[in-house]
Design a binder for this molecule. Structure first.
Ligand SMILES: Cc1cc2nc3c(=O)[nH]c(=O)nc-3n(C[C@H](O)[C@H](O)[C@H](O)COP(=O)(O)OP(=O)(O)OC[C@H]3O[C@@H](n4cnc5c(N)ncnc54)[C@H](O)[C@@H]3O)c2cc1C
Length: 855
């Protein structure tokens, strides 16, 4: 019996030692030495049978072989490399360029299965410079004050001239342009904060300002333009005398933008009276933001040189050039009307437009490099504009809905007190916190020199999806108030704008299904890209050496992830190393656990499905979801630290991380449930969920805490909506709602007195509006108190009011309707006619507030 016990202890020691070494990622040589020492000790002091000992030494022999690098390279790696080369999926140039864009940052750590938290925590909290802060407090506030979204979207379908002039004068279009060219030269963080503030007020304004500051001529020129091009265009773009747009999308090429058929043929032609070698362009683009008013068009087209006027090649591929819109053959001016959000967006065509070669961004040597330029810039840009619009919209929604749910009463109580409404409120606040965190932490990283391609795709997808969810919940909580369009509806336009953000800069289904994991699997994985590069190396000897190194690193990594995933799942990651001992400690540990599980699942998916994984979009989307959940949860934790670890924010942090990590668990489960190789799926499930799916979504109790935090005035509520336009002024619903909320809190004791008086029969009315007079007469409240309550009640009534219109005020028939007939869009003749009519046919609806009901 004792001898069995001793043997069992030895066995435990060996397994435990092996797991420990793998868990800690101890290198092969050290592990081999440790195994040798353990085995020798066992041989001398242990009680094993000789057969058992022999087996153990034989196994050890197998472990020694990989240490003999020369032998392993020839006998193991070389044949494997041959097989690998045959398996390697083919990759187009555009795919390769997309993969090479940007760099790997925290996403790489999450992919490693063993994130080095110091790498994230050591990043400084992003801060605005004095100048940036002054811009946000000055021109940005002023612009917000000038914006009347109903007037813009409904009456004018455009911003008023004074708004346009102000935007240009204050250089809102020049946030990314360096000062030497007359721009503001703001950080990515400041750029994001400006967009967030504008988005909290008007999606038209935030989209209009967002576009020139993200992927567009200025950004392209700054990175790739020649000095001459920079000097020619950037001062005008900064001063607003040049209005830019960027035209990539065409009717045939939407998501598959690289399939565009717009062409540029190198040929001789006349330019300024001289015959020169230039490009004859033909294009038909659609959905181009700012195209209707653009003076300079960033154009993507395919460049051909059939007569070899500039080199030996016939076909150069996608090229980007800057085309003035006032030259013969260029058409701009017509508009699409995206979801009735009035930013200027429309088609553009070019017919035999002849331009010099130096219109190519970066000059002739950049011919054919257009796609690379675009994906490089997208790798950063996608993390800023659309995500900060989602964050700003979310901040406005949280601020407004929290207050609205407090002042709106049904069944004699605030609707915020109903758990069902509370659930929606919690999602609004929690999702806003996630978007805030993702934007601020990622923009901060960009300002520190990162170009995080995969996180950019994560932010683009998830923040815009979050924005859409927030929009839906906000609509639900506001009920009919959000449905009835008019100047009093401060909710619906953001909700209507959300599909735009979902669709642009890479439509979301594609981004989730193909880009996040597709790019992440190769870019962020520590060994896959080195393996691919080594396999493709023309120098086969060097390729073999590099492949061997990557392959054995990969094997060690996979073994380590098996051990880590299993151990962390068994122990709920309680012993895993994290950077802090704060109340958020467990969340870091949970991310550690899912990082190992994700790395393991990811490796087996690539190993067993290979190139076919790309086509199994649902599987790779689910893996992408796990990576995204971990990334977003990490930014939540970092954001909490960046904001000074405020205890009052803890419910938001807990809700956000719990929700995200629960999603990670469910995505992994769905991945395993649908994995085609059931043996592999079962094997993985043992290592990933040895105790089943034990992670819980946020509790109801936590939801109550979040509701409290967002429906009561206080620092946590303010911090959550810190970047939104909340100033108290007559046209701003956010400021007015906050005022009403504070008054509701102030007069709550008085309202309780009225309720008590009602119970005691001193007054008979149930409705506050009727109670005040009765209570004053009965001496329940003083005259002064009654006046205060009346004022408060009037403010609440005004906030709850909706608009109504005389039928003719809403009528948009006759000539006005013709302005939006889409079938005319390709006819130049109709174009001119319709554009002229549009100017005269607008009807302005003047709403009348009539709703009398209030609290
Ligand atoms: C308001 C607005 C502003 C825009 N601004 C600009 C601009 O300034 N410049 C510019 O060049 N373009 C602009 N665009 C174009 C925009 O980038 C495209 O609309 C977008 O790329 C999608 O193309 P599409 O609309 O043709 O959809 P499609 O390509 O037809 O896609 C339809 C659906 O199929 C999905 N899908 C396609 N392929 C796949 C796949 N392989 N896997 C999974 N799902 C897939 C998409 O996700 C989408 O859901 C704008 C568009 C809009 C609506």
């Amino acid at each position: 019996m004792t001898s069995y016990l001793v043997s069992f202890c030895w066995l435990l020691l060996f397994i435990g030692g092996g797991v420990f070494l793998a868990y800690q990622r101890v290198d092969l040589r050290t592990s081999t030495i440790a195994a040798a020492v353990a085995l020798l000790t066992y041989t001398v002091f242990g009680n094993g049978w000789w057969l058992w000992l022999l087996l153990m030494w034989a196994l050890f022999g197998l472990m020694v072989i990989p240490n003999l690098v020369e032998i392993r390279r020839e006998k193991i790696t070389r044949p494997l490399l041959d097989i690998y080369r045959k398996m390697l999926p083919t990759m187009s140039d555009t795919e390769r360029e997309a993969l090479e864009a940007g760099n790997v940052w925290w996403d790489g750590e999450l992919f490693s299965g063993m994130p080095e938290w110091d790498r994230l925590m050591s990043f400084p909290a992003p801060e605005l410079s004095d100048e940036e802060q002054a811009f946000i407090d000055g021109p940005c506030e002023q612009l917000c004050q000038m914006l009347d979204d109903w007037d813009i979207c409904h009456n004018r379908a455009d911003m008023p001239k004074e708004v346009w002039d102000f935007i240009i004068k204050e250089r809102f279009f020049a946030m990314i342009i360096p000062k030497q060219y007359g721009g503001l030269e703001f950080s990515a963080y400041a750029n994001a904060m400006v967009i967030a503030k504008l988005a909290s007020r008007s999606p038209t304004a935030s989209s209009t300002v967002g576009v020139p500051n993200s992927l567009g001529p200025a950004e392209l020129l700054l990175h790739y333009g020649t000095e001459e091009q920079k000097n020619h265009y950037l001062p005008g773009l900064a001063a607003g005398t040049e209005i830019p747009c960027f035209a990539l999308t065409s009717p045939q090429a939407g998501s598959d933008a690289a399939a565009l058929i717009d062409s540029g043929v190198v040929c001789k032609g006349k330019w300024n009276g001289k015959t020169i070698v230039g490009i004859r362009l033909n294009w038909d683009k659609r959905y181009i933001t700012l195209a209707p008013v653009a003076t300079v068009l960033g154009l993507a087209f395919k460049l051909y040189d059939p007569d070899h006027l500039i080199g030996d090649k016939d076909d150069y591929g996608i090229t980007a050039a800057l085309i003035p819109t006032d030259i013969p053959g260029v058409t701009v001016g017509r508009r699409h009307y995206p979801m009735t959000i009035a930013f200027l967006n429309g088609p553009t065509t070019g017919e035999d437009v002849f331009v010099p070669l130096d219109t190519i961004i970066g000059g002739q040597e950049m011919a054919g490099k257009g796609w690379k330029m675009l994906v490089e810039l997208l790798s950063v840009g996608r993390a800023i504009t659309l995500p900060s619009m989602a964050a700003g919209g979310g901040q406005a929604a949280s601020y407004a809905t929290g207050a609205y749910a407090s002042i709106r009463k049904q069944f004699n109580t605030s609707i915020a007190n109903f758990e069902g409404v509370g659930e929606a409120l919690t999602r609004i606040a929690g999702n806003t916190y996630i978007a805030n965190a993702a934007v601020s932490v990622t923009a901060g990283a960009i300002d520190q020199g990162q170009k995080p391609a995969v996180p950019s795709a994560i932010l683009k997808y998830h923040c815009t999806e979050i924005g859409r969810k927030i929009g839906i919940d906000t609509m639900d909580v506001h009920g009919g108030k959000a449905i009835s369009m008019g100047p009093n509806n401060y909710v619906a336009r953001n909700y209507m704008a959300s599909p735009i953000a979902i669709t642009v800069e890479g439509a979301n289904i594609l981004t989730r299904s193909l880009i996040i994991y597709g790019q992440g699997a190769i870019r962020c994985h520590p060994f896959v890209l080195p393996e691919m590069q080594a396999a493709g190396d023309a120098d086969t000897d060097r390729g073999l050496v590099d492949f061997d190194k990557a392959l054995f690193g990969h094997i060690g990594y996979a073994i380590s992830n098996l051990a880590r995933s299993f151990f962390l799942a068994l122990t709920h990651a309680k012993f895993s190393r994290v950077p802090l001992t704060t109340p958020t400690r467990r969340y870091y540990q949970n991310i550690n656990r899912y990082s190992a599980a994700f790395a393991l699942a990811s490796d087996f998916a690539m190993l067993t499905l290979g190139g076919a994984l790309k086509k199994r979009e649902l599987l790779s989307a689910r893996l992408g979801d796990v990576l995204s959940s971990m990334y977003l949860a990490s930014t939540v934790l970092k954001h909490f630290e960046n904001q000074g670890r405020r205890a009052t924010d803890l419910p938001l942090v807990e809700w956000s991380v719990r929700t995200l990590m629960y999603q990670a668990q469910e995505s992994l489960h769905a991945f395993l449930r649908n994995f085609p190789n059931r043996w592999v799926a079962t094997f993985l499930r043992i290592f990933i969920f040895p105790r089943g799916r034990t992670y819980s979504a946020p509790s109801d109790e936590l939801s109550h805490k979040v509701v409290d935090l967002m429906t009561r005035s206080g620092e946590a509520r303010e911090r959550l909506s810190r970047d939104a336009y909340t100033t108290l002024e007559p046209g701003n619903p956010l400021g007015l709602l906050q005022e009403a909320l504070e008054l509701a809190e102030k007069y709550a004791p008085m309202e309780r007195r009225l309720k008590q008086a009602r119970r005691e029969g001193l007054i008979s009315a149930d409705y506050l509006g009727l109670q005040i007079e009765e209570a004053e007469k009965a001496g329940v409240i003083s005259k002064k108190e009654a006046a205060e309550l009346r004022d408060y009640h009037a403010k609440v009534t005004a906030l709850l009011a909706v608009d109504d219109f005389a039928p003719e005020e809403l009528e948009r028939t006759g000539d006005a309707a013709k302005t939006v007939v889409p079938s005319a869009s390709n006819s130049k003749a109709v174009k001119k006619k319709v554009t002229t009519k549009k100017k005269t046919a607008r009807k302005k609806a003047k709403p009348k507030k009539t709703s009398k009901k209030a609290t």
